[in-house]
Design a protein around this ligand. Structure first.
Ligand code: CDP
Length: 229
């Protein structure tokens, strides 16, 4: 069967990473989490004093440091998850914490950061057979992707899911703090100048507010199989 590119975009915590990863595993494709790359750059900025809650992001310093930031992924381990590597160190856990979440969208507005990560993401897609999730995959990274999905759910439902996920990892977060972060990231992601979050005209919309993980997987698999007929 001819390999294709599958782009899954959508709002923060809409469940797109879970469905993208599961789909890739089911159909034997490579999965790439583009958000993890933005998170890794953000972690680098935090660790090097270029991003703080008080002062925001030092764009000039971060842009200058970009050649020193190397991001890659391990193959999926026993947990079924590929881990994100930043300059050779596994940072999968750190990039998911609230500190990174609260600074990642300001980092992701920087055009130089976007250009660098977009180029890396396009490299991954050269051989096709890839599922990539993010905010601008169907619009900017792979505008010619053969299958595009745009996922959404209400901010409240997305916050509930994220609290559950973070609590399971032992992170102490409140629902209000997570909801506030989701709303703020939605705002920054949809209003930024460079490749803002929006549904590509040819993307299929999935509103998964009232869907279980299994139901959304069935929906996605059907979409994939039907387009192959
Ligand atoms: O997991 P969650 O939905 O919270 O977000 P993510 O996919 O890990 O992405 C984190 C942040 O990176 C987003 O809020 C965006 O600001 C940015 N991002 C982006 O600008 N473009 C992408 N292709 C992916 C993520």
């Amino acid at each position: 069967m001819k390999k294709i590119i599958i782009a899954i975009d959508g709002y923060s915590s809409s469940g797109k990473s879970t469905m993208a990863r599961d789909l890739a595993r089911r159909i034997g494709y490579v999965y790439v989490d583009s958000g993890a790359m933005y998170r890794a750059v953000t972690l680098y900025a935090i660790c090097h004093g270029m991003a703080t809650a008080e002062n925001g992001v030092d764009t000039a310093a971060l842009v200058k440091a970009l050649p020193d930031i190397h991001i890659s992924f391990t193959p999926a381990g026993s947990d079924g998850i590929q881990h994100t590597m930043l300059n050779g160190v596994d940072v999968e856990r750190e990039i998911r914490d609230m500190q990174v979440s609260s600074l990642v969208s300001p980092v992701a507005v920087i055009p130089e950061v976007r250009h660098r990560l977009t180029a890396l993401q396009q490299e991954y897609g050269k051989e096709k057979g890839i599922v990539m999730d993010g905010r601008d995959i169907g619009t900017t990274v792979f505008p010619d992707a053969e299958m595009k999905v745009f996922v959404n759910a209400s901010p409240e439902e997305r916050a509930r899911r994220r609290v559950k996920e973070l609590s399971a990892k032992g992170e102490n977060v409140t629902y209000d703090e997570v909801l506030e972060n989701i709303r703020e990231r939605d705002r920054i992601d949809t209003t930024r100048k460079e490749s803002p979050l929006r549904k590509a005209d040819d993307a299929v919309l999935l509103d998964n507010d009232n869907m279980t993980i299994e139901q959304q997987m069935d929906w996605l698999l059907k979409l994939y199989e039907d387009r192959d007929r």
